[in-house]
Design a protein around this ligand. Structure first.
Ligand SMILES: NC(=O)c1ccc[n+]([C@@H]2O[C@H](COP(=O)([O-])OP(=O)(O)OC[C@H]3O[C@@H](n4cnc5c(N)ncnc54)[C@H](OP(=O)(O)O)[C@@H]3O)[C@@H](O)[C@H]2O)c1
Length: 255
């Protein structure tokens, strides 16, 4: 049975992905910084179908400790066949106001953390002849989002990392990405508040503006992004490799 492994699973999309993997009967290990939220999630994961659900409290910004924790986890609990790269988005703000540190920190938390985790779990995937790596990135890979300059920049790097990796992984081990559109989570609340503050509009007006550009007529739900991730993480997605799949209610106008 595949051992699901999640990053940033204490809230939002990652939490929903953990539950979706548990419904598939996978063993699930959830990783984030907030131990209390992870502990609170474990009973729901066990009830959903992952009796050996576990929490791994770690900070993706601290790769030295992250590596040590994951090595211990792998030697104690065995190999991982499903890795979901998901973490918190970079801070909101115009590109020109961002300092160097903001780029370095976002690159580190997204690309370098995913790269480290992948290299650590890959030997187990290769030995099993089966592996799925799924990245939660953003629609901004295809169309930059205003006021998210650092995020837009780093998402492009993450998508290129994934596409490069797709050509190097052996048969049976795949990498794909999901590009969420506007999805109703803590992250979107923070984004709407920041945009409201910056533009003098209300939060409702900001959210209404987003919705007006979405043919489906509403914001996305974390569970809807999670369904796409769970599919890409399943054996059924065996011939998909290196795709970036928007889950956005039709927001993206490009083909
Ligand atoms: N919501 C949207 O509309 C939307 C749209 C496009 C893209 N995205 C992207 O999709 C991803 C998930 O979005 P979301 O809305 O679910 O975000 P969220 O609600 O802010 O949740 C982020 C998750 O990442 C974890 N995390 C943050 N920093 C971490 C760190 N240094 N180490 C370990 N875990 C960390 C958080 O847990 P802890 O705080 O407990 O560590 C939390 O579980 C983000 O990259 C986001 O930018 C979201």
């Amino acid at each position: 049975m595949a051992d699901g492994r999640l990053c940033g699973a204490s809230a939002g999309i990652g939490r929903a992905v953990a539950l979706a993997l548990a419904w598939q009967g996978a063993e699930v290990t959830v990783l984030a910084r907030r131990a209390a939220l992870l502990d609170a999630l474990l009973p729901a994961l066990r009830e959903a179908g992952a009796p050996r659900a576990r929490a791994l409290v770690a900070d993706l910004d601290d790769r030295v400790r992250l590596e040590a924790r994951l090595r211990d986890h792998l030697s104690e609990h065995g190999a991982i066949q499903v890795l979901i790269n998901n973490t918190g988005g970079p801070p909101v703000g115009p590109l020109l106001q961002a300092d160097e540190g903001a780029f370095l920190s976002a690159f580190s938390r997204h690309v370098l953390a995913a790269h480290l985790l992948t290299r650590l779990v890959l030997p187990g995937m290769i030995a099993a002849g089966y592996g799925r790596i799924v990245n939660v990135i953003s629609l901004s890979v295809r169309e930059p989002i205003p006021n998210l300059g650092v995020s837009n920049t780093v998402r492009g790097a993450m998508a290129s990392w994934a596409k490069s990796l797709a050509a190097e992984l052996p048969p049976g081990v795949t990498v794909n990405s999901v590009l969420p559109g506007y999805t109703d989570t803590e992250r979107l609340v923070a984004l709407s508040q920041a945009l409201a503050g910056a533009t003098g509009r209300t939060v409702e007006e900001v959210r209404g503006g987003w919705v007006s550009a979405i043919p489906e007529g509403r914001l996305g739900r974390a569970e809807e992004v999670a369904s796409a991730v769970a599919f890409l993480a399943s054996p059924a997605a065996g011939y998909l490799r290196g795709v970036s799949l928007p889950v956005d209610g039709g927001r993206l106008r490009a083909i």
